[in-house]
Ligand binder design. Sequence first.
Ligand SMILES: O=C(O)COP(=O)(O)O
Ligand SMILES: [Mg+2]
Length: 223
Amino acid sequence: MPSPLRAALFDLDGTLIDSATGIASALNHTLQALGHAPEPETLIRTWIGDGARQLLRQGLQHAGGDLPDGEAFESAYALLMRHYADSLPLQARAYPGAEDALQGLHARGVRVALCTNKPQRFIAPLFEALGWNDLFDAVVGGDTLPVHKPDPEPLWHIARGFGIDPAQSVMVGDSRTDAEAARAAGMPLVLVDYGYRRGYDLQTAGALQVTADLRSLLDLAVE
Ligand SMILES: O=C(O)COP(=O)(O)O
Ligand SMILES: [Mg+2]
């Protein structure tokens, strides 16, 4: 256990917010505009967590045919970005306990960061909708740096910015992507048991906690 805990880095989709309905709606509008059938939300959930480009790739691959490349892929991605922006009100659903945990960590002097693979441009409007503008000391999106999770660099980037050792921080996420990034970064891990984890065995991931409620993080912080 990081003693004392000095920073907590949070994944967004499937960890702090239940955004799958909105993301599925954005992807399905995109697939339909390209002449494909929509996919069920239960399947699309399993494609969330590796960034919006990977989400689109998965959707198009599942729809069949050749995966468009180059300009054709970029124009499909631009379409997804438009529908994604429209879906933000549907994505802004905080999990119970998420806001209390963020505020409680702050109150205990723990730095709080967002470390998501969601495109950066959508983070500010989501924070606005959630009333979370003042809750984060640092924010890194999926396209903020040249690499994203599972690469450890976004985690190191945040820890460096805080002047805090990764070992005195914790990465809080819902998926294999988060667990692999934490392991590669030398950062302790907490997993939520309710996210979009894609058949990943949470119990063998080496997490400090596998939790159903983010308020349990407060047990790691000093009063
Ligand atoms: O894949 C995404 O776009 C976002 O995913 P994350 O918030 O779970 O990193
Ligand atoms: Mg996630």
